[in-house]
Design a protein around this ligand. Structure first.
Ligand SMILES: NC(=O)c1ccc[n+]([C@@H]2O[C@H](COP(=O)([O-])OP(=O)(O)OC[C@H]3O[C@@H](n4cnc5c(N)ncnc54)[C@H](OP(=O)(O)O)[C@@H]3O)[C@@H](O)[C@H]2O)c1
Length: 248
Protein backbone atom coordinates (compact mmCIF):
# COMPACT_ATOMS: atom_id res chain seq x y z
CA UNK A 1 0.00 0.00 0.00
CA UNK A 2 1.31 3.47 -0.86
CA UNK A 3 1.97 6.05 1.87
CA UNK A 4 -1.08 8.06 2.88
CA UNK A 5 -1.36 11.56 1.43
CA UNK A 6 -2.57 14.29 3.79
CA UNK A 7 -3.37 17.94 3.10
CA UNK A 8 -2.45 20.19 6.04
CA UNK A 9 -3.63 23.81 6.09
CA UNK A 10 -1.77 26.35 8.23
CA UNK A 11 1.40 24.36 7.66
CA UNK A 12 3.81 27.30 7.38
CA UNK A 13 4.36 27.61 11.15
CA UNK A 14 3.11 26.75 14.62
CA UNK A 15 0.87 23.75 15.14
CA UNK A 16 0.25 23.06 11.44
CA UNK A 17 3.98 22.92 10.73
CA UNK A 18 4.52 20.53 13.66
CA UNK A 19 1.70 18.34 12.29
CA UNK A 20 3.29 18.27 8.84
CA UNK A 21 6.65 17.34 10.37
CA UNK A 22 5.10 14.54 12.43
CA UNK A 23 3.19 13.12 9.46
CA UNK A 24 6.34 13.10 7.32
CA UNK A 25 8.12 11.35 10.19
CA UNK A 26 5.25 8.81 10.22
CA UNK A 27 5.91 8.11 6.52
CA UNK A 28 3.03 10.05 4.97
CA UNK A 29 3.14 12.32 1.94
CA UNK A 30 2.04 15.80 2.84
CA UNK A 31 0.73 18.79 0.94
CA UNK A 32 1.31 22.01 2.88
CA UNK A 33 -1.12 24.90 2.43
CA UNK A 34 -0.63 28.47 3.65
CA UNK A 35 0.16 31.95 2.30
CA UNK A 36 3.90 32.04 3.13
CA UNK A 37 5.60 29.95 0.46
CA UNK A 38 9.05 30.97 1.77
CA UNK A 39 8.33 29.43 5.19
CA UNK A 40 7.02 26.24 3.60
CA UNK A 41 10.08 25.99 1.31
CA UNK A 42 12.40 26.52 4.28
CA UNK A 43 10.57 23.80 6.19
CA UNK A 44 10.91 21.36 3.30
CA UNK A 45 14.61 22.11 2.98
CA UNK A 46 15.10 21.69 6.75
CA UNK A 47 13.38 18.30 6.96
CA UNK A 48 15.12 17.18 3.76
CA UNK A 49 12.26 15.43 1.98
CA UNK A 50 11.62 15.36 -1.75
CA UNK A 51 9.11 17.65 -3.46
CA UNK A 52 7.14 14.53 -4.36
CA UNK A 53 6.61 13.71 -0.67
CA UNK A 54 6.09 17.25 0.54
CA UNK A 55 4.29 19.52 -1.88
CA UNK A 56 3.13 23.07 -1.32
CA UNK A 57 0.07 25.10 -2.18
CA UNK A 58 0.32 28.83 -1.68
CA UNK A 59 -3.21 29.94 -0.88
CA UNK A 60 -5.02 32.73 0.97
CA UNK A 61 -7.95 30.98 2.62
CA UNK A 62 -9.50 34.30 3.61
CA UNK A 63 -10.49 34.69 -0.05
CA UNK A 64 -13.29 32.82 -1.76
CA UNK A 65 -12.05 29.56 -3.31
CA UNK A 66 -13.34 26.74 -5.44
CA UNK A 67 -12.37 23.92 -3.09
CA UNK A 68 -13.20 21.19 -5.62
CA UNK A 69 -10.61 22.77 -7.94
CA UNK A 70 -8.13 22.97 -5.07
CA UNK A 71 -8.61 19.27 -4.24
CA UNK A 72 -8.27 18.33 -7.93
CA UNK A 73 -5.00 20.29 -8.12
CA UNK A 74 -3.64 18.60 -4.99
CA UNK A 75 -4.73 15.13 -6.14
CA UNK A 76 -2.44 14.49 -9.07
CA UNK A 77 -2.59 10.91 -10.44
CA UNK A 78 -1.52 8.47 -7.74
CA UNK A 79 -1.74 11.23 -5.12
CA UNK A 80 -5.34 10.90 -3.93
CA UNK A 81 -5.98 12.46 -0.53
CA UNK A 82 -6.43 10.07 2.40
CA UNK A 83 -6.69 12.81 4.97
CA UNK A 84 -7.00 16.51 5.65
CA UNK A 85 -6.00 18.54 8.71
CA UNK A 86 -7.45 22.02 9.24
CA UNK A 87 -4.83 23.98 11.17
CA UNK A 88 -5.00 27.42 9.47
CA UNK A 89 -6.21 30.08 11.81
CA UNK A 90 -5.94 33.49 13.32
CA UNK A 91 -7.13 35.27 16.47
CA UNK A 92 -8.87 38.53 17.34
CA UNK A 93 -8.78 39.68 20.95
CA UNK A 94 -11.31 42.36 21.84
CA UNK A 95 -14.54 42.61 23.81
CA UNK A 96 -17.62 41.26 22.02
CA UNK A 97 -19.33 44.65 22.11
CA UNK A 98 -16.49 46.11 20.00
CA UNK A 99 -16.40 43.40 17.30
CA UNK A 100 -17.57 44.51 13.86
CA UNK A 101 -19.35 42.43 11.24
CA UNK A 102 -16.30 42.08 8.98
CA UNK A 103 -14.10 40.95 11.88
CA UNK A 104 -16.68 38.38 12.94
CA UNK A 105 -17.05 37.04 9.39
CA UNK A 106 -13.25 36.90 8.93
CA UNK A 107 -12.84 34.66 12.00
CA UNK A 108 -15.86 32.51 11.15
CA UNK A 109 -14.53 32.05 7.62
CA UNK A 110 -11.02 30.85 8.47
CA UNK A 111 -12.00 28.64 11.43
CA UNK A 112 -15.42 27.32 10.37
CA UNK A 113 -16.44 28.00 6.76
CA UNK A 114 -13.11 27.00 5.19
CA UNK A 115 -12.74 23.70 7.12
CA UNK A 116 -16.38 22.85 6.29
CA UNK A 117 -16.04 23.58 2.56
CA UNK A 118 -12.59 22.01 2.24
CA UNK A 119 -13.54 18.83 4.10
CA UNK A 120 -16.72 18.40 2.07
CA UNK A 121 -14.73 18.89 -1.15
CA UNK A 122 -12.19 16.27 -0.03
CA UNK A 123 -15.06 13.97 0.96
CA UNK A 124 -16.69 14.31 -2.49
CA UNK A 125 -13.46 13.13 -4.08
CA UNK A 126 -13.03 10.30 -1.57
CA UNK A 127 -16.61 9.12 -2.11
CA UNK A 128 -16.28 9.34 -5.92
CA UNK A 129 -13.12 7.25 -5.70
CA UNK A 130 -14.65 4.73 -3.31
CA UNK A 131 -11.98 5.53 -0.76
CA UNK A 132 -12.31 6.08 2.98
CA UNK A 133 -10.45 8.83 4.77
CA UNK A 134 -9.78 10.70 7.98
CA UNK A 135 -10.41 14.40 8.56
CA UNK A 136 -8.99 16.19 11.61
CA UNK A 137 -10.14 19.62 12.74
CA UNK A 138 -8.30 21.78 15.26
CA UNK A 139 -10.77 22.81 17.94
CA UNK A 140 -9.90 24.73 21.11
CA UNK A 141 -10.81 25.38 24.71
CA UNK A 142 -13.20 27.82 23.02
CA UNK A 143 -15.12 24.84 21.60
CA UNK A 144 -16.29 24.11 25.17
CA UNK A 145 -15.99 27.31 27.22
CA UNK A 146 -15.77 31.07 26.71
CA UNK A 147 -12.30 32.48 26.10
CA UNK A 148 -12.15 36.06 27.44
CA UNK A 149 -12.29 38.71 24.69
CA UNK A 150 -12.29 36.13 21.90
CA UNK A 151 -15.98 35.72 21.08
CA UNK A 152 -15.67 35.34 17.26
CA UNK A 153 -13.00 32.67 17.80
CA UNK A 154 -15.11 30.95 20.48
CA UNK A 155 -18.17 31.05 18.21
CA UNK A 156 -16.21 29.54 15.32
CA UNK A 157 -14.50 26.88 17.40
CA UNK A 158 -17.84 25.86 18.95
CA UNK A 159 -19.24 25.52 15.44
CA UNK A 160 -16.30 23.31 14.46
CA UNK A 161 -17.58 20.62 16.84
CA UNK A 162 -20.98 20.74 15.10
CA UNK A 163 -19.23 20.20 11.78
CA UNK A 164 -17.20 17.31 13.20
CA UNK A 165 -20.30 15.57 14.58
CA UNK A 166 -22.32 16.12 11.38
CA UNK A 167 -19.56 14.94 9.05
CA UNK A 168 -18.76 11.97 11.29
CA UNK A 169 -22.35 10.75 11.02
CA UNK A 170 -22.96 11.62 7.34
CA UNK A 171 -19.63 10.34 6.05
CA UNK A 172 -19.37 7.18 8.18
CA UNK A 173 -21.18 5.04 5.57
CA UNK A 174 -18.37 5.97 3.16
CA UNK A 175 -15.63 4.95 5.58
CA UNK A 176 -14.65 8.57 6.20
CA UNK A 177 -13.99 9.63 9.80
CA UNK A 178 -14.08 13.17 11.25
CA UNK A 179 -12.52 14.11 14.58
CA UNK A 180 -11.01 17.09 16.35
CA UNK A 181 -8.03 17.82 18.56
CA UNK A 182 -8.64 20.59 21.11
CA UNK A 183 -5.37 22.10 22.32
CA UNK A 184 -5.04 24.20 25.44
CA UNK A 185 -2.52 27.06 25.38
CA UNK A 186 0.44 26.40 23.07
CA UNK A 187 3.21 28.92 22.41
CA UNK A 188 2.95 29.96 18.73
CA UNK A 189 2.58 33.24 16.84
CA UNK A 190 -1.16 33.04 17.62
CA UNK A 191 -0.57 33.28 21.37
CA UNK A 192 2.68 35.32 21.36
CA UNK A 193 1.01 38.63 22.28
CA UNK A 194 -1.05 37.07 25.04
CA UNK A 195 1.89 35.16 26.51
CA UNK A 196 4.14 38.22 26.42
CA UNK A 197 2.10 39.54 29.37
CA UNK A 198 3.45 38.04 32.59
CA UNK A 199 0.01 38.42 34.23
CA UNK A 200 -1.65 36.46 31.46
CA UNK A 201 1.10 33.84 31.43
CA UNK A 202 0.75 33.31 35.18
CA UNK A 203 -3.04 33.16 34.90
CA UNK A 204 -2.77 30.49 32.21
CA UNK A 205 -0.08 28.40 33.91
CA UNK A 206 -1.90 28.65 37.26
CA UNK A 207 -5.12 27.45 35.63
CA UNK A 208 -3.45 24.49 33.83
CA UNK A 209 -3.23 21.36 36.03
CA UNK A 210 0.01 20.24 34.33
CA UNK A 211 1.40 23.73 35.06
CA UNK A 212 2.95 24.46 31.68
CA UNK A 213 2.12 25.38 28.10
CA UNK A 214 1.58 22.70 25.48
CA UNK A 215 4.02 22.18 22.66
CA UNK A 216 3.05 21.99 18.98
CA UNK A 217 4.49 18.47 18.75
CA UNK A 218 2.12 17.29 21.50
CA UNK A 219 -0.85 18.46 19.41
CA UNK A 220 0.72 16.85 16.35
CA UNK A 221 0.96 13.48 18.13
CA UNK A 222 -2.80 13.54 18.79
CA UNK A 223 -3.51 14.46 15.17
CA UNK A 224 -1.28 11.61 14.00
CA UNK A 225 -3.30 9.18 16.15
CA UNK A 226 -6.63 10.41 14.79
CA UNK A 227 -5.46 10.28 11.18
CA UNK A 228 -4.04 6.79 11.37
CA UNK A 229 -5.32 3.25 11.63
CA UNK A 230 -4.93 3.04 15.43
CA UNK A 231 -8.07 5.20 15.71
CA UNK A 232 -10.05 3.29 13.07
CA UNK A 233 -13.19 3.02 15.28
CA UNK A 234 -13.04 6.65 16.50
CA UNK A 235 -15.24 9.25 14.79
CA UNK A 236 -17.11 12.37 15.91
CA UNK A 237 -14.71 12.65 18.84
CA UNK A 238 -12.67 15.50 20.30
CA UNK A 239 -9.31 14.68 21.83
CA UNK A 240 -8.29 17.34 24.35
CA UNK A 241 -4.59 18.18 24.55
CA UNK A 242 -4.94 20.88 27.19
CA UNK A 243 -2.85 19.87 30.20
CA UNK A 244 -6.05 19.10 32.09
CA UNK A 245 -7.59 22.58 31.72
CA UNK A 246 -11.15 21.44 31.02
CA UNK A 247 -11.07 18.83 33.77
CA UNK A 248 -10.20 21.36 36.46
N1 LIG B 1 -1.67 28.16 19.82
C1 LIG B 1 -2.64 27.79 20.63
O1 LIG B 1 -2.56 27.95 21.87
C2 LIG B 1 -3.89 27.16 20.07
C3 LIG B 1 -4.81 26.61 20.97
C4 LIG B 1 -5.97 26.02 20.49
C5 LIG B 1 -6.19 25.95 19.12
N2 LIG B 1 -5.29 26.49 18.27
C6 LIG B 1 -5.59 26.40 16.84
O2 LIG B 1 -4.54 25.74 16.17
C7 LIG B 1 -4.48 26.18 14.82
C8 LIG B 1 -3.07 26.63 14.50
O3 LIG B 1 -2.77 27.74 15.34
P1 LIG B 1 -1.27 28.17 15.68
O4 LIG B 1 -1.23 28.47 17.12
O5 LIG B 1 -0.31 27.20 15.09
O6 LIG B 1 -1.21 29.57 14.90
P2 LIG B 1 -0.04 30.24 14.04
O7 LIG B 1 1.29 29.86 14.53
O8 LIG B 1 -0.41 31.68 14.01
O9 LIG B 1 -0.23 29.60 12.59
C9 LIG B 1 -1.38 29.85 11.84
C10 LIG B 1 -1.26 29.19 10.50
O10 LIG B 1 -2.45 29.48 9.76
C11 LIG B 1 -2.07 30.00 8.49
N3 LIG B 1 -3.04 30.98 8.01
C12 LIG B 1 -3.53 32.03 8.71
N4 LIG B 1 -4.34 32.74 7.93
C13 LIG B 1 -4.36 32.13 6.71
C14 LIG B 1 -4.99 32.40 5.47
N5 LIG B 1 -5.79 33.47 5.31
N6 LIG B 1 -4.80 31.57 4.42
C15 LIG B 1 -3.98 30.49 4.57
N7 LIG B 1 -3.35 30.18 5.73
C16 LIG B 1 -3.54 31.00 6.77
C17 LIG B 1 -0.70 30.65 8.73
O11 LIG B 1 0.05 30.67 7.54
P3 LIG B 1 0.37 31.97 6.66
O12 LIG B 1 0.45 33.15 7.57
O13 LIG B 1 1.66 31.59 5.99
O14 LIG B 1 -0.76 32.04 5.69
C18 LIG B 1 -0.06 29.68 9.71
O15 LIG B 1 0.51 28.59 9.01
C19 LIG B 1 -5.54 27.29 14.70
O16 LIG B 1 -6.74 26.74 14.22
C20 LIG B 1 -5.74 27.72 16.14
O17 LIG B 1 -7.01 28.29 16.34
C21 LIG B 1 -4.15 27.09 18.70
Amino acid sequence: MSAPHVLVTGASRGIGLAIAERLLHDGASVTLAARSSDSMSEFRARVGVSEARCRMVQIDLSRSQDFDDLVAAVEEPGQRLDGVVHAAGTQLRKPAIEVGEEELIRLLRIHLVVPYLLSTAVARSQIAGGRGGSHVFIASLGSSIAIPNASPYTAAKSGVMGVVRSLAVELAPHGIRANAVAPGYVRTDLTADLLSSSDQRERILGRTPLGRLGQPREVAAAVSFLLGGDSSFVTGEVLRVDGGWLSA
